[in-house]
Design a protein around this ligand. Structure first.
Ligand SMILES: [Zn+2]
Length: 111
């Protein structure tokens, strides 16, 4: 059973993924139905996605499940690594800087 904090973190992580998916769907549909304005939709999508990723990067760290090291990653790494929601808040596929193991790292809120 996840704790209240883990559940709140799950909700934030799920909301983050839903907003990303929503931005993708809305801007794709807008670009499809209003093709003459596609550069505007593409620019809006890029700005919103980068803003969300920067916010996520400032709000969360990652914890290795093997050595329990908590570490931060760059915005670029955050943007291009896989992210899945889990019961305890979400995981991201990363390489741990301490033990160099590539696996799913637990997403944890920054102190
Ligand atoms: Zn590690």
């Amino acid at each position: 059973m996840p704790t209240r904090e883990e559940s709140a973190q799950f909700n934030r992580s799920t909301a983050y993924l839903l907003v990303l998916a929503g931005v993708f769907i809305i801007t794709s549909a807008a670009a499809f139905y209003l093709p003459e304005y596609w550069p505007i939709w593409a620019a809006i999508a890029v700005v919103v996605v980068i803003t969300l990723v920067v916010w996520h990067n400032r709000s969360f760290d990652y914890r290795c499940k093997y050595c329990n090291t908590t570490f931060a990653i760059s915005v670029w790494r955050n943007l291009r690594s896989a992210h899945v929601p889990t019961e305890t808040g979400g995981e991201k596929y990363l390489c741990c800087p301490a033990c160099s193991i590539n696996d799913w790292a637990q997403i944890v809120r920054k102190d």
